[in-house]
Design a protein around this ligand. Structure first.
Ligand code: NAD
Length: 399
């Protein structure tokens, strides 16, 4: 297959690029370096410095003989992407190139607007690049389980049948985004659905859970993906692991009863690969939920605490005001069928997986900058809207 990976410099994009290349596919790797620039601007650089995408591709070729083409550019520019589609006629476009940090989108109006603009314009640009440059190309788009919120019903994979006054039809399952980032993902899905119907596009939208994990399967340090543990770009489990290692309390927003779906980086790559290798039909928006475990945030913190303590770390849990208004201890039951039917075999988050992450991050303990773990008080107070800052509540220690 000829595969475009948009967002190839990212946490998921780079190991996904390696994975497609290792399985013999031709990869065109595209990124604007937005995340690198934003991390620099906010002083939130990853645990390990990673060479640029161009340098990593050169290193990969020198070490393994595998090589893909790299383009640095903004995929919200339709001419850029349509030009590449006309030139290479890809079979699959994997669209990861979005602003994906909830805290970033909550910082101020400019960053909220940037998130909406980048995410929606990148999706519409992918749609038109396919229509004009490669009409049979399958689009694999990364959405989020957070699009659904936490309804008091099971969450089907994308669609549900509804009967109103005795008449039935199939609809996209109602989505309840709780922040601007997730709302942008909901609107992405609506755009893709529209163009699947109107222009016969083949689309898979993956409702992905929170991704965790490190790139440790024998990968040399300069070929590893980035690992963010900061308050902006770090996802929850990756942050907990870094916090446990450096002796910072695990920071839980609100009571910690918020339910989330989770998936490891390796499994996320496997799922995306499977979806890409089994295209949706033309005119079809196919939605798969993509996660392996569900936990509340406090359950997750307790798991990390138990394993880290077993490894000799002193770990406490600290509750902070929640910047998002969301229900806690809700019913949460997303379905998970489609990817299993394609052959996916999930690996669950167990003690061994946590130990591996703790050991990996522990090896770089001296590189963890504790200043990056919490936002500064003024910024946090602005985010929580009721003006509470991290120091405003007593620390709660959970045994
Ligand atoms: N990481 C998670 O926990 C998670 C969970 C659910 C969904 N997702 C989705 O998966 C995708 C990838 O996530 P990630 O964690 O690898 O994020 P990431 O920020 O590490 O990677 C995204 C990459 O896209 C690039 N990018 C952003 N806007 C661009 C643009 N306009 N043009 C070109 N490149 C652009 C960034 O520079 C970055 O390298 C995102 O769409 C995200 O919303 C991630």
């Amino acid at each position: 297959m000829i595969v475009f990976i948009l967002g190839a410099d990212g946490y998921i994009g780079w190991p996904l690029t390696r994975s497609f290349l290792a399985r013999g596919h031709e990869v065109i790797a595209i990124d604007s370096y937005f995340r690198r620039r934003a991390a620099l601007e906010l002083d939130c650089e990853p645990l390990l410095p990673s060479p640029t995408l161009q340098k990593r591709m050169t290193l990969l070729k020198e070490r393994t003989g595998l090589s893909g083409r790299v383009y640095i550019g903004d995929v919200t520019d339709p001419e850029f992407l349509t030009g590449l589609c006309r030139r290479y006629e890809p079979n699959v476009i994997v669209h990861l190139a979005e602003q994906r940090a909830v805290p970033y989108a909550m910082m101020n109006a400019r960053k909220a607007a940037f998130t909406l603009k980048t995410n929606l314009l990148s999706t519409i640009s992918v749609i038109y690049a396919v229509i004009e440059g490669a009409p049979t190309c399958h689009i694999v788009k990364l959405g989020s389980l957070g699009e659904y919120g936490t309804p008091n019903t099971p969450i089907p994979e994308g669609f549900c049948e509804m009967t109103i006054h005795g008449r039935s039809d199939v609809f996209l399952f109602p989505r309840h985004a709780l922040d601007v980032y997730h709302l942008s993902k909901v609107m992405d899905t609506d755009l893709l659905f529209l163009f699947a119907k109107s222009d016969g596009l083949a689309v898979t939208d993956l409702m992905q859970g929170v991704v965790y994990g490190v790139d440790d399967s024998g990968t040399p340090p300069d070929l590893r993906t980035n690992f963010q543990y900061d308050h902006v770009f770090g996802t929850v489990l990756n942050r907990f692991v870094a916090q446990a290692i450096c002796g910072h309390p695990l920071t839980v927003y609100g009571g910690g009863g918020q339910m989330r779906g989770f998936i490891s980086l390796q499994d996320a790559i496997e799922c995306i690969y499977l979806a890409a290798s089994h295209p949706a039909g033309r005119g079809q928006l196919r939605v798969y939920n993509q996660f392996t475990d569900t936990f509340s945030v406090i359950q997750l913190a307790r798991k990390v605490q138990a394993v880290a303590q077993g490894m000799g770390n002193d770990v406490r849990i600290q509750r902070l005001p929640n910047p998002r208004r969301e229900g806690e201890d809700s019913f949460y039951q997303p379905e998970f069928r489609g990817l299993r039917e394609l052959g996916f075999q999930p690996r669950l988050l167990d003690e061994r997986a946590l130990e591996r992450m703790l050991r990996f991050v522990g090896a770089y303990k001296t590189r963890i900058d504790q200043r990056k773990i919490l936002p500064d008080s003024a910024e946090f107070a602005a985010r929580t809207r009721d003006g509470e800052s991290p120091g405003a509540r007593d620390e709660v220690v959970v045994c």
